[in-house]
Design a protein around this ligand. Sequence first.
Ligand code: URA
Length: 195
Amino acid sequence: MDESLKLINYDMERASQRTFPGRRVVFGDGNPYSRLMLIGEAPGGDEEKEGRPFVGRAGRNLMEFLAQIELERKDVYLTNAVKIRPFRLSPKTGKPVNRPPDRSEIDFFAQFLYKEIEAVKPDMIVTLGNVPLQTVLRNRRAQIGDSHGRIICFGENRIFPLYHPAAIIYNRALEKTYSDDIKALKEALESGGIR
Ligand code: URA
């Protein structure tokens, strides 16, 4: 792995163990030299178990969409805005269930995400859902519904917001929108000479 990413991960692991003791940190994965960086929300149970982002159901959806534009996991760099699994204990089963990340988790990991972006220096950042969109734009009011499917220039970064792939699991009506957005992403990558 790239040396600067190794250092960032090392610092993040140490800081996370102080703030969230005992929680597994799920680092970025895939090709750190890719020109395309995908940023999700936070790991779920499968990701926490395997220690890799996007290996569960949302990840399978994402890989299917990427396949539509002839991209595979090994072609992109994949990471999350929050690197630990946000969970609560189910009152019924007493087992952990996923929940959305809270403000303290998002703010804690944002500092490392910004460093990660600087280290990877992607030509395009694809944010998946509201949490990474708001984090990367440093704007808590940014909404995926208003900005999906087109490029946003922010500082040195070009950002292409997509809905979170899990949104399609819960809202089938989004499937067509997602496919259209993926086609628009393909065009943006091709016209930018990124692939
Ligand atoms: N898995 C991840 O790694 N990130 C998400 O945002 C969702 C599932």
